[in-house]
Write a protein that binds this ligand. Structure first.
Ligand code: AQP
Length: 328
């Protein structure tokens, strides 16, 4: 029986953080053997907010390197850069022509991001979810493993696919979001009321995947907690809850075992142990990243091969779309 398909993407903003890893990338690695997978560095999404060209070029490579270093492998997954496959932009345009603007006005991520951008908000930022729908629909993805913040965009993608299928006849698979029960929303260290984010201004808010053990220790030490003493999972105490959740995700121990273990310990102990667990968990990934980015030509070769395979699948789908709507 043919395997089901997965698609997911990640922006080329560099500085990938523990939220990106635990909410998305680590699940991609865990799922890859059981599915046909397409994973993409979504550089066209990245330029929806201003980017310095040199920095962007470097970030695309850094993010691709981190995906391979995290354990995505070319035997199971097609890993590629979005702009290397032209069908993404072309399908996005076609989908733009059937998507009502009102649907996009409802997107909370646009509302949040456009507030930060003020007068500089681009049409691209507004249109971001339609390009994301094109990414997913090109590969007939059944499942889209993402963090919780992307749920609304995947629902919109289904709506767009349904509208197309209704107008022109069935062509698109309706995808489901796959959001991990734990880890779908890793919160910031300084502000545990908000998700950990690359664009958060406070520098200590996120643990980046390439942070050194000393940087990790310093950030965890400064993480916001509360004035209580008991160490337990409690949604009403977002700081401690978040630290324990990260600990749980990385050690894969049960909540009960974790609470029991810390029952006689202090916040200081928890922070020290958590920092070591994070540093140890990231160590193999960082070593592999250094190895493969030190190997001349490795990344280019992998990404060229990924783009070739993705392009074949995407072109087939795009032609079918063109046939349906009368462009061919
Ligand atoms: N804090 C998070 N917890 C769990 N999952 C998260 N993701 C992002 N932040 C968290 C998931 O990571 C994947 C890739 O995200 P992206 O590159 O598309 O960036 P983003 O969603 O815009 O989030 P960032 O990294 O925090 O960037 P900014 O600051 O620009 O918003 C997605 O599956 C996402 O859900």
């Amino acid at each position: 029986m043919a395997k089901k398909k997965i698609f997911s993407g990640i922006q080329a903003t560099g500085n990938l953080h523990l939220g990106n890893y635990l909410g998305a990338i680590r699940n991609w690695v865990k799922l890859q053997a059981d599915y046909d997978n397409y994973f993409c560095v979504v550089d066209l999404h990245t330029i929806t907010v201003p980017q310095d060209p040199e920095v962007l070029r470097a970030n695309i490579r850094e993010v691709a390197g981190l995906l391979f270093a995290s354990g995505l492998d070319a035997d199971n997954s097609v890993v590629f850069v979005q702009s290397h496959v032209r069908a993404h932009s072309e399908l996005a345009w076609i989908l733009n022509c059937i998507t009502p603007m009102g649907w996009l006005h409802r997107m909370t991520q646009f509302k949040e991001k456009s507030e930060k951008q003020k007068d500089e908000v681009s049409i691209g930022l507004f249109d971001y979810p339609v390009l994301q729908a094109a990414d997913i629909l090109l590969y007939d993805a059944d499942l889209v493993p993402v963090g919780e913040d992307q749920k609304q965009h995947i629902e919109l993608c289904r709506d767009i696919a349904q509208r197309f299928n209704y107008r022109y006849g069935d062509l698109f698979v309706l995808p489901d979001a796959y959001i991990a029960e734990v880890g779908g929303r890793v919160m910031g260290l300084s502000n545990p009321e908000k998700k950990m984010s690359k664009s958060e201004e406070k520098k200590d808010d996120a643990i980046f995947l390439l942070d050194s053990p000393d940087q990790i220790r310093a950030k965890v030490k400064r993480a916001t907690t509360d004035s209580m003493r008991e160490i337990c999972f409690d949604d009403n105490r977002p700081g401690i809850n978040n630290l324990l959740t990260i600990y749980q995700l990385l050690t894969e121990k049960s909540k009960a075992a974790i609470v029991e273990y810390f029952s006689t310990k202090s916040y200081k102990d928890l922070k020290e142990e958590l920092a070591e667990v994070i540093a140890e968990s990231l160590r193999p990934l960082q070593e592999r990243y250094r190895e493969l980015t030190g190997e001349k030509g490795y990344l280019d070769q992998k990404l060229d091969e990924g783009a070739r395979l993705a392009d074949e699948a995407a072109e087939r789908k795009l032609k079918a779309v063109q046939d349906k709507i009368g462009l061919r």
